[in-house]
Ligand binder design. Structure first.
Ligand code: COA
Length: 146
């Protein structure tokens, strides 16, 4: 039932805005890094409707002293379609694409509200909880891709 594939960055903006930053302008959900060379974006479709998105970028400003790494950003599933496996399917799909590019390290700044979700996907917490204004508490999480 779920179709997962890479999508253009512009397709992610509505979901990012609706799910992650509903109180901000939609422009606040558009990032320069979306269009960087190695960035890619993945969507999950349920009955042809886009229900979940995430973006994968190379971000060298991380706490991890690892040369080749990808960062997971802007993971969002529409509320009415949660716990159907869309988030997991997107991350699994992206992990394969990342490994094909010779990279075996994926990290994110996870909201503590969904830390358990990332743990279920195999991510491990790193360091202390920190504030990420204006969203709130986050924790770095990482996963070694095997
Ligand atoms: C976090 C989020 C992306 C999960 O998306 P999803 O499509 O519902 O995730 P999945 O259905 O693939 O869930 C995978 C597993 O994690 C579990 N899970 C999902 N959300 C969870 C949560 N909030 N807390 C704990 N476990 C969760 C699922 O039950 C499933 O477990 P299982 O494999 O044992 O059945 C979604 O809840 C969301 O968009 N939340 C609001 C935005 C947000 O916080 N994004 C992350 C920013 S860092």
């Amino acid at each position: 039932m779920l179709e997962v594939r890479t999508i253009e960055p512009e397709l992610t903006y509505h979901l990012r805005h609706a799910v992650l930053r509903p109180n901000q302008l939609i422009e606040d959900s558009m990032y320069d890094s979306d269009h960087e060379d190695h960035a890619f974006h993945v969507g999950a479709f349920y009955k042809k409707n886009l229900i979940s998105v995430a973006s994968f970028v190379i971000d060298t400003n991380s706490d991890f002293p690892i040369k080749k790494q990808y960062r997971l950003r802007q993971m969002a599933t529409l509320e009415e379609y949660r716990k159907l496996g869309a988030g997991r399917a997107i991350v699994n799909y992206a992990e394969n694409r990342i490994k094909e590019r010779g990279v075996s390290f994926l990290w994110c700044k996870g909201r503590t509200t969904v830390q358990e979700y990332y743990s279920k996907l195999g991510f491990v917490p790193h360091g202390e909880v920190f504030d990420y204004p204006p969203i709130g508490p986050h924790i770095l999480m990482y996963k070694k891709l095997t």
